[in-house]
Design a protein around this ligand. Structure first.
Ligand SMILES: NC(=O)c1ccc[n+]([C@@H]2O[C@H](COP(=O)([O-])OP(=O)(O)OC[C@H]3O[C@@H](n4cnc5c(N)ncnc54)[C@H](OP(=O)(O)O)[C@@H]3O)[C@@H](O)[C@H]2O)c1
Length: 521
């Protein structure tokens, strides 16, 4: 056993100089993450493969890895199976088979259904991303892609996710990926950052993934990926790729540059469809609607979004607002939610509509949910308090302590801020949100909150869905702003207009007071 571990360390040491390195460049600590993989102690180091599980639909493949032919200088003994068990997940039970590669990295095959001697097997080769997969980082789209891949395979009832440890940061390892992030914060794009660290843009190799698939009995795959390089990598290792199935993910304001660089510099497929067509696409690219997310220092960038009728109503006089806009417009609203750090409503909307305020109509991460509620009238059973997404209630000293304790016991963050004319003082609330790390805030209503936000001059952009309907009297989108002349109106610049199904979407930046004066002459 000791001999094997030593040999593996030697292999890695021999590799440290070359796999992704630009010749002549010397990246610090290149091998730190790779070497750490050798601390893993394998119970099956002598080559005995554990018994297969009996449930979850196994691939019933049991060929011994040491019988596999060597390819490209690798020995035939690797990858070899070192563990097998049933893994229950939110996407159902998977037959998890762990393979150790010659470099010591572990390849996890999450198998669904029978894939042995399998053609057209729905497959995702997923590169490990600790920050995205496990911590939900919004710097990348990895976590959402992993969940979507598992979900698609669970839905089909047959397929496999190969989870590749050692592919972290496109193969440069966790520590170097974090260093690359620092360089990206200083202005480099994801490719330039790798180069500055002395690495190629992409260090990954797919031979072992292909060999694991072959060991599982997979003959050909339909590959879930936006990265054409994965197809080439598997084909180069003699695995047939019948089709590429792109995985559209709703982008976030925080990873927009990164996704764009992957498309431009690494040839990745579009991660989302563009606005306004195709109308039935699952994911809308809301980049244009969102505009530029500015840094305002003390408060988040605030985007107000609502759906109204042609005559400016956001609900009937009884409060009914379901649904003013059509499905396409609502899908775009969900993509906007997925793009922002947080989503805010007033307690009036919670009491009337009981919304969940999560991302459901597109694949994407749900933002943090914020409710303005000066006296904690929010019902304990409100849907906005349920689910995985975090909820923060901004309240004031008017709130009873007992309500505060009840919410805290439910895992709801309650933050006390100053009182203001509408309930919660907006400046105080926004400052607290910015202190929590929220840089982009989507405000979805209702009318009192929209009105106070516009009145307090803290709105940077408005996005209005306009449905082809006239309600007559009902709830207006925006109440009194104290305008007595048309010239007092808030003005909107940098406008864009889109057709979304039967609805129109109009977006624009709210001009600062000085620019408004210029705009009106
Ligand atoms: N069509 C759409 O896009 C859309 C979207 C959302 C909602 N809606 C509709 O809008 C209606 C609800 O509107 P709404 O005006 O009653 O509810 P709201 O604006 O969501 O909530 C208003 C409440 O929030 C609290 N609040 C705390 N601080 C505030 C501040 N600074 N400014 C304003 N409010 C503050 C106040 O309650 P406390 O004084 O108790 O703190 C206030 O009564 C519903 O009919 C809903 O269906 C439509």
């Amino acid at each position: 056993m000791l001999g094997t571990a030593r040999r593996l360390r030697e292999v890695v040491r021999a590799q440290l100089g070359h796999p992704g390195r630009i010749p002549g460049r010397n990246a610090e600590q290149t091998g730190t993450d790779r070497a750490s993989a050798f601390d893993i102690h394998s119970e099956w180091e002598d080559g005995a493969v554990p018994s297969p599980p009996t449930e979850a639909g196994s691939s019933d493949q049991s060929s011994r890895q040491d019988e596999q032919p060597a390819s490209n200088g690798r020995t035939g003994a690797f990858p070899r199976e070192v563990a097998r068990l049933l893994l229950p997940t939110p996407f159902g039970e998977f037959d998890l088979r762990a393979f150790e590669s010659e470099t010591g990295f572990i390849y996890l095959a999450l198998v669904k259904g029978r894939i042995a001697e399998g053609h057209s097997v729905l497959t995702r080769v997923h590169s490990e991303c600790l920050t995205g997969d496990a911590l939900g980082s919004l710097r990348c789209d990895c976590g959402v892609q992993l969940r979507m891949g598992l979900r698609a395979i669970a839905a089909e009832g047959r397929g496999v996710v190969i989870y590749v440890t050692g592919h972290e940061g496109r193969g440069i390892g966790l520590l170097n990926k974090l260093r690359a992030y620092v360089l990206q914060d200083e202005g480099a794009d994801t490719v330039e950052a790798n180069h500055k660290l002395g690495f190629l843009a992409d260090v990954r190799d797919y031979q072992d993934a292909a060999r694991v698939l072959t060991l599982l009995g997979v003959r050909s795959v339909r590959l879930i990926t936006n990265n054409p390089q994965k197809r080439r990598g598997l084909e180069a290792a003699d695995l047939a790729v019948e089709a590429i199935l792109p995985l559209p993910v709703a982008g976030h304001a925080r990873n927009r540059r990164y996704l764009e660089a992957k498309r431009r510099r690494l040839g990745h497929l579009e991660a989302s469809a563009s606005l306004p067509e195709p109308p039935r696409a699952d994911v809308a690219d809301v980049t244009e609607l969102l505009g530029t997310v500015g840094d305002h220092g003390w408060r988040p960038h605030v985007i107000v979004k609502f759906a109204q009728t042609l005559d400016g109503r956001i609900a009937t006089s009884t409060g009914d607002s379901k649904w003013i806009s059509g499905e396409r417009e609502r899908t775009i609203s969900h993509a906007l939610r997925a793009a922002c750090d947080a989503l805010l409503v007033g307690v009036g909307t919670v009491l009337t509509d009981d919304p969940q305020l999560t991302v459901r109509l597109v694949p994407g991460s749900s933002p943090l949910r914020v409710v303005l509620d000066s006296r904690l009238r929010i019902p304990t059973g409100a849907r906005v308090l349920e689910g995985d997404a975090t909820t923060v209630v901004l309240t004031t000293s008017l709130a009873p302590d007992e309500r505060r304790h009840t919410l805290l016991a439910r895992g709801v963050a309650v933050r006390q801020v100053d009182e203001g004319p509408g309930g919660v003082d907006l400046a105080s609330g926004l400052r607290v949100l910015r202190g929590m790390g929220i840089r982009s805030l989507l405000v979805e209503g209702g009318s009192r909150v929209i009105t106070s936000m516009l009145g307090a001059d803290v709105v940077d952009r408005v996005i209005v869905g306009i449905a082809p309907a006239i309600l007559g009297s009902g709830r207006e989108a925006v109440g009194d702003l104290g305008s007595i002349r048309v010239a007092d109106a808030l003005r909107v610049g940098n406008r864009s207009v889109h057709v979304a199904g039967d609805d129109l979407i109009v977006a624009g930046d709210v001009l600062p007071v000085a620019a408004r004066r210029t705009a009106t002459g």
